[in-house]
Design a protein around this ligand. Structure first.
Ligand SMILES: Cc1cc2nc3c(=O)[nH]c(=O)nc-3n(C[C@H](O)[C@H](O)[C@H](O)COP(=O)(O)OP(=O)(O)OC[C@H]3O[C@@H](n4cnc5c(N)ncnc54)[C@H](O)[C@@H]3O)c2cc1C
Length: 324
């Protein structure tokens, strides 16, 4: 028996959340004496590099190298997965709880007639329950899936990955029941930003709020992000005002992020903002108001004017990194 994992990738680079899902599956598999099969769909530039998924706990990699599957399509991918799962007679499928994983999981659960549990943050407990954050991360719930077949999505950054010295076997796999003419979605054009860390993958995020007064002051946020190798984010009013693009907006109605370090600058720390960032490992808050609610959630805080603190922080990081 096998636990099957969706090893989602971007142009051949397996996403961090998917590596965590593979490691999670391997921890689960050891208690069940099962093997872990990572499924990579769509062409990758260097297929032999997929053997490195063994370092994260995969025993085998099913490489579905059909060009017509290069663009993510939740409906089509769910059919491919169903075929793999049925062929392997597997009972468990693990996906990362990111954009694609969240889109694919319900399709797959419906196609494969499985129970679905999304956003878990623990391995199954002794009674078979899984922990899951509820009420915007304010509480934990223990949930059971009563079906034998289970589709589970793993919340990113809840499992620290430990790499091991192992290589996976890479096998080319082609669907026999799913055909290219079943494709309904065609991507006409893809626009990507160059040289930026994607927010959902970032381990450090520098985020700005209304305290920065206007879009003209974002230069220092971008510079701090650049010297730290971080992604930039913002509060909702900042995106609503058009100071920053909406894809940077984090919080209850925006993205949920779980970086190792979240630096909040000129953000008050409203509950709706915290809902999207309170899973961060460390939170640093820079705010001129010592009563700002964000300080309650902070691991480190600087009470001060962002326009004085941030340039000094940039200089300090540059000096520390030998960049100045
Ligand atoms: C249904 C609903 C959903 C929402 N969803 C979201 C969401 O997803 N994400 C989100 O962010 N918000 C969301 N909001 C809005 C949220 O309630 C807050 O209004 C918002 O987060 C406040 O943004 P802010 O902290 O940038 O601005 P403000 O509340 O205006 O705070 C600005 C902060 O900057 C500080 N400041 C000012 N000048 C300086 C300076 N020179 N140096 C340092 N600090 C300074 C101030 O002390 C203040 O704390 C939602 C609201 C509702 C009702």
């Amino acid at each position: 028996m096998a636990i099957v994992v969706f090893a989602d990738h971007h142009q051949g680079e397996i996403k961090k959340a998917a590596l965590e899902a593979i490691f999670y599956a391997s921890e689960w598999a050891t208690t069940q004496q099962q093997e872990v099969i990572a499924v990579v769909i769509g062409e990758v530039p260097h297929p032999s590099s997929l053997e490195n998924l063994g370092q994260y706990g995969a025993h085998r990699v099913y490489y579905v190298n059909s060009s017509w599957l290069n663009d993510f399509d939740a409906r089509l991918y769910s059919l491919v997965f169903r075929e793999i799962l049925e062929q392997l007679q597997a009972q468990i499928c693990v996906l990362p709880h990111d954009f694609n994983g969240r889109a694919l999981a319900p399709y797959l659960a419906a196609q494969w007639q499985a129970g679905l549990l999304t956003g878990v943050c623990s391995l199954p407990e002794s009674d078979g329950s899984f922990q899951k954050q509820v009420f915007s991360g304010k509480a934990l719930a223990w949930m059971h899936v009563h079906t034998a077949r289970k589709v589970i999505t793993l919340l990113p950054n809840t499992f620290s990955v430990k790499q091991q010295d192992r290589k996976a076997t890479v096998e080319n796999w082609q669907p026999s029941q799913v055909k290219a003419d079943q494709r309904k979605i065609r991507v006409k054009e893809l626009r990507t930003t160059q040289g930026r860390v994607p927010l959902s993958e970032a381990s450090i995020i520098v985020s700005g709020g209304r305290g920065l007064k206007g879009p003209e002051n974002w230069g220092m946020i971008e510079e701090l992000a650049k010297v730290l190798g971080a992604a930039t984010a913002c509060s909702r009013p900042v995106a609503d005002a058009g100071w920053r693009p909406h894809h940077e907006h984090v919080g209850q109605t925006g993205l949920t992020v779980r970086p190792n370090l979240y630096i909040a600058i000129g953000i008050s720390g409203a509950i709706q903002h915290l809902a999207g960032v309170n899973g961060s490992k460390y939170i640093v808050v820079i705010n001129k108001d010592p009563e700002a609610p964000f300080f309650q959630a902070a691991d480190y805080g600087i009470v001060g004017d962002a326009f004085e603190v941030v340039p000094r922080l940039i200089e300090a990081v540059k000096k520390f990194k030998g960049l100045s």
